[in-house]
Design a protein around this ligand. Structure first.
Ligand SMILES: Nc1ncnc2c1ncn2[C@@H]1O[C@H](COP(=O)(O)OP(=O)(O)OP(=O)(O)O)[C@@H](O)[C@H]1O
Ligand SMILES: O=C(O)c1ccc[n+]([C@@H]2O[C@H](COP(=O)([O-])O)[C@@H](O)[C@H]2O)c1
Length: 195
C-alpha cells in the first residue's frame, strides 16, 4: 500500500493543502494520504497561533467525507520538536507493509537539504514535490543533493498560505473559500486569528 504523508503546521489547514495532496495522490497513484499536524515544526521559531487541539480539529473537519484522506496524531502525541526523521522511523517500524512518500510544497523542497539528518531520511523515504508561488522548482533547479530523491509533480500553482490567511483575518478581511466551509465555520465560532 502506498501512503502519502502530508505533514504541516496547519495553522490553519487550507484549500491549498487539500489541492496539493489530491494532485500528489492522483499523480503517484497513492492509496491514501495521511495528514499529520506537527506539534512544533523544526524550522518555525514561534509556536502556532491556534492551539494544538484547534489545529487537530480543523484538520479533521477539512478531511471529512474524503475516503482517501486521513488524519494522524503521531507528532502531536509525541510532543516536542517534530523532527521528520523520528516520525519516518516510527512509521516504517509500525507499518512494514506500507510504503510512505512524503508530500512537500516548493518552499520545503528548497529547504530540504537543511532537514535534520536528511542523509538518513532520503535512504528511507522518497519525496513528492509540488510547486508553489515563489518556489516553482523544476527538476533541474532542484537543490543538487535532492535531485534523485524528489519527484516533482506539475500542477497549476496555488496562491494560498496559512500566514496570508492569518494576516487577512487580523485585518478583518474575508478568508471564505480559502479554507473548507467547515474550517471557516470553526475559525468564526472560535474567533481564531482575529485582530
Ligand atoms: N499553496 C501551496 N502550494 C504548495 N504547497 C503548499 C501550499 N501551502 C502549503 N504547502 C505545503 O504544505 C505543507 C504544510 O505547510 P504549512 O502547514 O506550513 O502551511 P503554509 O501555508 O506554508 O503555512 P505558513 O504560511 O504559516 O508558513 C508544506 O510542505 C508546504 O510546502
Ligand atoms: O525534520 C526536519 O528537520 C524538518 C524541517 C522542516 C520541516 N519538516 C516537516 O515538513 C513538514 C512541513 O513543515 P511546515 O513547517 O511547513 O509545516 C512538516 O511535517 C515538518 O515536520 C521537517
Amino acid at each position: 500500500m502506498l501512503v502519502g504523508i502530508m505533514g504541516g503546521t496547519f495553522d490553519p489547514i487550507h484549500t491549498g493543502h487539500l489541492i496539493v495532496a489530491e494532485r500528489a495522490r492522483v499523480a503517484e497513484g497513492l492509496d491514501e494520504v495521511w495528514f499529520m499536524p506537527t506539534y512544533h515544526s523544526p524550522h518555525k521559531p514561534d509556536a502556532p497561533k491556534a492551539t494544538t487541539l484547534q489545529r487537530w480539529d480543523m484538520v479533521n473537519r477539512a478531511l471529512e467525507g474524503n475516503p482517501h484522506f486521513h488524519a494522524t496524531d503521531i507528532e502531536i502525541k509525541k510532543g516536542g520538536i517534530s523532527y521528520s526523521i523520528d516520525t519516518i522511523n516510527y512509521l516504517c517500524n509500525q507499518h512494514p507493509d506500507k510504503e510512505f512518500l512524503y508530500i512537500i510544497g516548493g518552499d520545503m523542497v528548497e529547504y530540504l537539504p537543511k532537514w535534520h539528518r536528511i542523509d538518513e531520511i532520503v535512504r528511507k523515504i522518497r519525496f513528492i514535490g509540488l510547486g508553489r508561488p515563489g518556489y516553482d522548482l523544476k527538476k533541474d533547479t532542484l537543490p543538487l543533493s535532492m535531485r534523485n530523491h524528489v519527484k516533482m509533480v506539475d500542477m497549476p500553482l496555488v496562491e494560498i498560505s496559512s500566514s496570508a490567511i492569518r494576516e487577512e483575518r487580523s485585518r478583518e478581511g474575508s478568508i471564505r473559500y480559502l479554507v473548507p466551509e467547515r474550517v471557516y465555520d470553526y475559525i468564526e465560532v472560535n474567533r481564531l486569528y482575529g485582530p
